[in-house]
Design a protein around this ligand. Structure first.
Ligand code: ATP
Length: 138
């Protein structure tokens, strides 16, 4: 079966780079599933789960935003941050969520609120990926 090269890169590291069957990404206008030979496209990403399927293997990652470029030869996900499910620190994400919620409640100013909302989205995305992984392992 045809494969598609998928590279997930942040400013810090290459998180994933392999030939796979499909990638499902959290586009800003909704989930996008990319199969081999997909038409070229460029989209911004929102915080959420990035899922790669390769045979029976499913690789889940949390991304906090960035861009995905579908090229004829490969898909490049240039993420603001990306972690594979097994690398997500659950306690850290929970603490980040709590902090963000508290800051939203305090509502000091617009800038702070916007930043807190973004932090909340990042933490929720990480927690969802961890939760889904737990369910799959049950
Ligand atoms: P925190 O407040 O816990 O730092 P954050 O959402 O502000 O969370 P980011 O700025 O998105 O963190 O990410 C900073 C770096 O830390 C990135 O390299 C990201 O991959 C990593 N990171 C953030 N949260 C986690 C987590 N819960 N588990 C593992 N790595 C994380």
């Amino acid at each position: 079966m045809a494969k598609i090269r998928i590279e997930v890169i942040t400013g810090e590291r290459v998180v994933y780079a392999e030939d796979a069957d499909i990638v499902v990404a959290p586009g800003v206008v909704g989930e996008l599933g990319i199969l081999p030979q997909h038409a070229p496209l460029l989209t911004a990403l929102q915080p959420g789960e990035l899922l790669v399927r390769k045979g029976n293997e499913e690789i889940a990652m949390a991304v906090s935003g960035g861009f995905m470029e579908v090229r004829p030869d490969k898909v490049i996900v240039l993420a603001d941050t990306a972690e594979r499910a097994e690398d997500i620190d659950l306690a850290r994400a929970q603490a980040a969520k709590q902090r963000a919620e508290q800051r939203i409640e305090e509502q000091r100013d617009r800038v702070d609120l916007t930043r807190a909302e973004a932090a909340l989205q990042r933490s929720v995305a990480r927690l969802k990926v961890v939760e889904k992984r737990r369910k799959r392992q049950r």
